[in-house]
Design a protein around this ligand. Structure first.
Ligand code: SME
Length: 160
């Protein structure tokens, strides 16, 4: 099988370059969006330490609907503007949340989650999905994570 994990001492920006390259290799030339989201979710799960959930919500008829992911079963439908994912999709803006318990309207799918990074995937000016990463650690995500996942979202926007 594929093993895309970066070396443990790899600086984060370089690790994200490797992640984006791996996602490119996995999804290039494959037209099926479910296959591509599934492989990217698995890649994120394999690649990034200290996660308890990694995956996609897709925009379907004006609300977010659960897509391919790794982790525990999760809430299926999220209205725009609700929770971290719904705000990211509604505002078309990345949400980097150090403490989800302090986020108004946070949807607690898993009580273990303490921090979250949600990045919208934008195609032709429209939000078509969000990438959601959850961690049991407080303040797990920083600006380097945001830049890395935003680069991933830009790469896959035409492939999901
Ligand atoms: N916590 C999210 C809901 C999705 S799950 O964490 C997988 C939110 O508030 O948007």
């Amino acid at each position: 099988m594929y093993d895309f994990r970066p070396a443990p001492d790899c600086p984060k920006p370089e690790a994200y370059r490797q992640l984006v390259d791996a996602a490119d290799a996995l999804t290039s030339g494959e037209p099926d969006p479910v296959a591509n989201m599934a492989n990217v979710a698995a890649l994120l799960w394999d690649f990034l330490p200290d996660l308890n959930w990694a995956g996609f919500y897709r925009m379907v008829e004006g609300e977010l609907v659960l897509g391919p992911f790794m982790g525990r079963p999760a809430c299926i439908r999220i209205p725009l503007g609700k929770g971290v994912c719904g705000v990211a999709a509604g505002d078309a803006a990345t949400q980097l949340v150090e403490d989800v318990h302090a986020f108004p309207g946070h949807i607690a799918c898993d009580s273990e989650t303490n921090s979250e990074l949600v990045v919208p995937v934008i195609r032709g000016g429209d939000v078509v999905a969000v990438i959601d990463l959850d961690s049991p650690l407080k303040a797990r995500f920083d600006e380097e994570d945001r830049e890395g996942i935003e680069a991933l979202a830009a790469l896959i926007a035409e492939r999901i």
